[in-house]
Ligand binder design. Structure first.
Ligand code: ADP
Ligand code: MG
Length: 338
């Protein structure tokens, strides 16, 4: 007797959700990236009880029509790619069509959306079923409210770290999103208190101040270099504001926050003689390159990126960082200044 069954849609989504939506911060990421893909210039994030009670993201993007407001929750449903050829030239942050389906499978969602010259619609889902829909009034854009996260996956809920670390992870995520979107106005409100906001005026100095505080602007080193049509812009904080963690080294490729062990290490190596042991720099690198040279489709959260020419890239980054630090006037390497 055959015992193999194809999983139903919801079960498959719940399993996939484990990869896409690990914790509240990953939901903030997915929702904000959707807003950015929808060309929003202003995105406001509201969090209640570390995201477990509520995550609400309000944008002024292009919105959806009432048919798409429902299709958006289907697995593998996306407006961003159509053919396999599009995979080679991804310009949007999303493309897998998984996030909303995955989030829906572990929460209750209300979505409101309005396109220009059209009326607003809302849909409400519970247990992955549409329970209500209709017209509603709202400004142009989209508002997604995610409630009771992981209510149906007690194991995951238990695994969620201390409340403090979820809050910290949300703030770290906000910082990354803010730094990778200097032309978008972003705000983060947690339990009714405005925690951070940016102005979206494309001024990296004011952005860094909003994200890291005034201190970081002192003796900030900025460089802009290019090799083989790869543009690299760096914002290097003075070695005097070094950190105990590597997390404040941020890499952005074509506007996407990425993680890459090798590139991070090459920044640390560039700072080498300027920092004491076990101290790490605060640095931001913005890389612009032909998307053909990178593979973003490695991991469901799209954080790990593979480069076609990683060792060359590493070599140049270390060199650029070192050169920029060396060319600073009056800079004495910290480990020589004792
Ligand atoms: P993906 O982003 O990979 O396409 P998602 O599940 O995140 O997959 O979203 C599915 C679709 O829903 C998107 O392709 C987009 O068309 C639509 N969508 C989601 N969020 C928004 C938003 N804030 N504004 C407009 N459209 C949205
Ligand atoms: Mg998406």
């Amino acid at each position: 007797m055959s015992i193999i069954k194809q999983m139903d849609e919801r079960l498959a989504n719940m399993i996939a959700a484990g990869e896409v939506v690990e914790r509240p911060a990953s939901i903030v990421k997915e929702l904000v990236e959707n807003s950015i893909d929808a060309k929003a210039t202003e995105i406001n994030i509201f969090i209640k009880e570390n995201g477990l009670k509520e995550i609400r993201v309000v944008d002024n993007g292009i919105g959806m029509d009432n048919e798409d407001a429902k299709k958006a929750f289907l697995r593998h449903a996306t407006s961003k790619i159509k053919t396999e050829f599009d995979l080679e030239r991804i310009r949007t942050l999303g493309f897998r069509g998984e996030a909303l389906a995955a989030i829906l499978s572990v929460s209750r969602i209300t979505l409101k959306t309005r396109q220009s010259n059209s009326e607003g619609f809302f849909v409400r889902y519970e247990d992955s079923k549409l329970i209500d829909e209709g017209t509603t009034s709202l400004n142009e854009g989209t508002e997604i409210t995610v409630n009771d996260l992981f209510y149906n996956t007690p194991a995951r809920l238990k695994y969620i770290k201390s409340e403090f670390s979820e809050r910290a992870a949300i703030i770290d995520m906000f910082d990354r999103l803010a730094l990778s979107n200097p032309t978008v106005r972003l705000s983060l409100t947690i339990d009714e208190k405005l925690v951070k906001e940016t102005y979206g005026n494309n001024d990296y100095y004011s952005l860094m101040r909003q994200v890291y505080g005034n201190n970081v602007l002192k003796d900030l080193i900025v460089f802009e270099k290019e090799f083989q049509k790869i543009k690299i812009k760096g914002y290097l904080a003075s070695p005097s504001v070094s950190r105990a963690r590597k997390k404040d080294i941020s890499l952005f490729v074509n506007g996407r926050y990425i993680m890459n062990y090798g590139l991070t290490q090459s920044i640390i190596d560039g700072y080498h003689s300027f920092l004491m042991v076990n101290r790490y720099p605060l640095a931001i690198l913005l890389i612009e390159m032909d998307p053909v040279l990178l593979d973003v489709n490695v991991h469901p959260q799209k954080l790990e990126v593979k480069f076609a020419n990683e060792s060359l890239l590493k070599y140049h980054i270390e060199l650029f960082v070192k050169e920029s630090l060396m060319s600073r006037p009056h800079e004495i390497p910290q480990n020589l200044s004792i």
